[in-house]
Design a protein around this ligand. Structure first.
Ligand SMILES: [Zn+2]
Length: 195
């Protein structure tokens, strides 16, 4: 068993505007919070040291999220910390779109470790046939503060699209929620056990 610290970051706060499905059934902050809670709880039950980066319900700024990750890194050593941010993608706002599927993101100058974790996560999404009409590349690069400015291996997952009717039905289903939870658990534990 590893002594690594796993930080699970759920995307947004309750008052973040515009982050929901066109019919309002899926709200990104609520969905990602639930998945983050499940991922964290399951990792803990498996004996890992997993923590929610943002236990609060309100929106916590990116700057503060980055500060929290880096303060854990300062204490534990960056190589012993892992950060995973859980989001739901959107193609636009206010109406349904055709874009669908699951993607992983790392910073443009991401470490090999970040890339490896992204590939492991993506492999699980491929196994579950969740790629939709997204690129088959194992990951995308994005200049996101939570990836770019954090000192530990860091990956952001965009778990399907909140403005795709099919994806939303999947994300709101019991099967969808447990598959997406397990996708994160399997990839994170594979990563930690192969360090
Ligand atoms: Zn988001």
């Amino acid at each position: 068993m590893t002594s690594d610290l796993i930080l699970i970051d759920n995307g947004h706060g309750a008052e973040t505007p515009g982050k929901c499905s066109p019919d309002g059934r899926l709200r990104e902050y609520a969905w990602t919070r639930e998945i983050a809670r499940r991922v964290c709880g399951k990792l803990k039950s498996l004996g890992y040291d997993a923590r929610l980066l943002v236990p609060e319900l309100n929106d916590v700024s990116l700057r503060e999220r980055v500060r929290r990750v880096n303060s854990v890194c300062a204490g534990a050593g960056s190589d012993n910390v892992l950060s995973v941010s859980i989001h739901v993608n959107a193609a636009g706002t206010g109406q349904w779109h055709n874009a669908s599927g699951w993607t992983a993101w790392v910073a443009p100058k991401a470490s090999q470790r970040s890339r490896k974790l992204a590939m492991l996560l993506n492999a699980e999404a491929v196994n579950l046939n969740l790629k939709g009409n997204r690129s088959r590349e194992p990951f995308f690069t994005g200049n996101f503060a939570i990836l770019r400015d954090t000192k530990c291996p860091a990956v952001l997952t965009e778990n399907m699209f909140q403005d795709n009717l099919h994806d939303v039905a999947y994300l709101l289903s019991d099967r969808g929620q447990s598959e997406i939870t397990d996708l994160h658990i399997t990839a994170i534990t594979k990563y930690l056990n192969s360090k």
